[in-house]
Design a protein around this ligand. Sequence first.
Ligand code: FAD
Length: 300
Amino acid sequence: MGMTDVIGKICADLEVEARRNQPMRHFTSLKTGGVISCIAYPDTREKAAKLVHALDEAGIAWSPLGYGTNLLVKDGEIQRVAVSLRLLEDLLVFDGTRVHVHAGYSLPRLVNACADRGMSGIEGLAPIPGSVGGAVKMNAGSHGYEIADAIETVDIARAGKVVTLERGEIDFSYRHSPFTSRELVLGITLQLKPGAPEEIKAEIQQYRKHRSATQPVRDNSAGCIFKNPGNGVTTGRIIDELGLKGMTHGGATISPLHANFIVTDGSAQAGDIFSLIDVIRTRVAEERGIDLELEVEVWE
Ligand SMILES: Cc1cc2nc3c(=O)[nH]c(=O)nc-3n(C[C@H](O)[C@H](O)[C@H](O)COP(=O)(O)OP(=O)(O)OC[C@H]3O[C@@H](n4cnc5c(N)ncnc54)[C@H](O)[C@@H]3O)c2cc1C
């Protein structure tokens, strides 16, 4: 049996929807990337855990796919299965100041739902597009908030089962979680604190307004391309000082509004973005002696 048949059989046996040969430009906010063998959509956590275990056992490469807002996928053929949790039941469970949510849920929607209920602790994450699972994997953060700060437990897939990890067992750091590319986050429980809904919503509004003024939020991008190097220095500032804003390769441009963003038009190839990344890295290394680390995740 070829790889495609094996994937088809695994998905059929588990009753998981499988869509073959999908263009990743439709699943990433950069609107680039080649064609992936399959995107699988389990509709329960249990099926998701069994699916990735079966793929592992069969030696088939797979990757978790959130909303593609931090992903740079290569051009051409991508031989792997992307596992999307978008079809998991749309469920938020509130329990006092705790909320339990599945990994396919939208992070901005979660923040809004908590604000409506007067639950505070994640309002700074409101402008971050993407799924809850992607936010956990990236330890997404902004405006002094990080998702890790509110996490009580994380459910992940292990050996075909759903396993719950306590926050103390998970070593988060700046834009980093210990979860490997072969681990699937299925859900989280957050511990929040009570607050006044109107105040929380006002704070969220302020963050969103600040974003629209300082970042190209209406263009195709993946947010910041590089991590900040530390010591309070921002990568955007360094790239700006080197005069690289506005540089264009093919359909990709270093944003004139925020130099750590690469924005694309409909014609862009992933290769255009990779070549801008090379230029930035080389110039920053030569002129500032800093080895920039990517913040975006690359699928090659
Ligand atoms: C305009 C804009 C602004 C942004 N601003 C910010 C910001 O302020 N702060 C910030 O931190 N980020 C920011 N981002 C980046 C991005 O939104 C976050 O990293 C987000 O958390 C990614 O979520 P996602 O669902 O889109 O993940 P994806 O892009 O789909 O995936 C990212 C990585 O997470 C993995 N992953 C996805 N789901 C799971 C899962 N269930 N289990 C395990 N791994 C998983 C993927 O395999 C991949 O490695 C911004 C992006 C854009 C486009």
